[in-house]
Write a protein that binds this ligand. Structure first.
Ligand SMILES: *[C@@H]1O[C@H](CO)[C@@H](O)[C@H](O)[C@H]1NC(C)=O
Ligand SMILES: *[C@@H]1O[C@H](CO)[C@@H](O)[C@H](O)[C@H]1NC(C)=O
Length: 163
């Protein structure tokens, strides 16, 4: 029965199907690297899921064609949007974020842009923002300005097809 339902899913179109993991370890850690996304810049993956927790890390302002968005607000916005889009692909919403960690090479210049993008994404209800750590670092890959990671609550719900 399960197989019969699964085999019909391609007919419903990609938007109807929840993203499938690229790899699942024997202990049940699933790894995701969706095709219609930027390619990880090295031996790392975009997203993992274990138990009820989803992890997204290494999000910088990389566009789907693997180029960087313009420095400044577009770059920072793209970094956060990459995280938001990955979460959406597994049907996890931003309000289910447990914790954010943000790395920036210039606190004075870019922290405000991070704040602005977080208001764009989470709205202006001061009670719904996730906890956040933001730190200034000496350097990021490709001399980037901001890198974001997020941990999300992703309960295994009934009907979610996942390994
Ligand atoms: C990961 O899986 C997706 C399908 O969910 C596939 O399109 C993509 O090519 C895979 N990525 C890699 C790196 O194999
Ligand atoms: C990548 O995509 C961006 C945004 O769509 C576009 O402005 C840019 O020209 C593209 N770069 C390349 C090399 O295709």
């Amino acid at each position: 029965m399960r197989f019969a339902i699964l085999s019909l899913l391609p007919l419903l179109g990609p938007s109807m199907a929840v993203l499938q993991p690229n790899y699942t370890s024997s202990a049940g850690v699933s790894i995701y690297n969706p095709a219609d996304f930027f390619t990880p810049t090295g031996p790392w993956s975009l997203m993992s899921h274990a138990g009820d927790t989803l992890y997204i890390a290494g999000m910088r302002g990389i566009l789907p064609n693997n180029t960087l968005a313009p420095v400044g607000l577009p770059r920072v916005r793209q970094a956060y949007q990459n995280m938001a889009e990955l979460a959406e692909m597994v049907e996890v919403e931003l309000y289910d974020c447990l914790r954010l960690v943000v790395y920036t090479t210039n606190m004075e210049e870019y922290r405000d842009l991070c704040n602005q993008v977080q208001i764009e994404l989470w709205g202006d209800d001061v009670n719904s923002y996730p906890p956040r750590t933001i730190v200034e670092v000496v350097r990021l890959n490709e001399d980037d300005i901001v890198e974001v990671e997020g941990t999300f609550y992703m309960p295994r719900k009934r009907g979610r097809r996942e390994g």
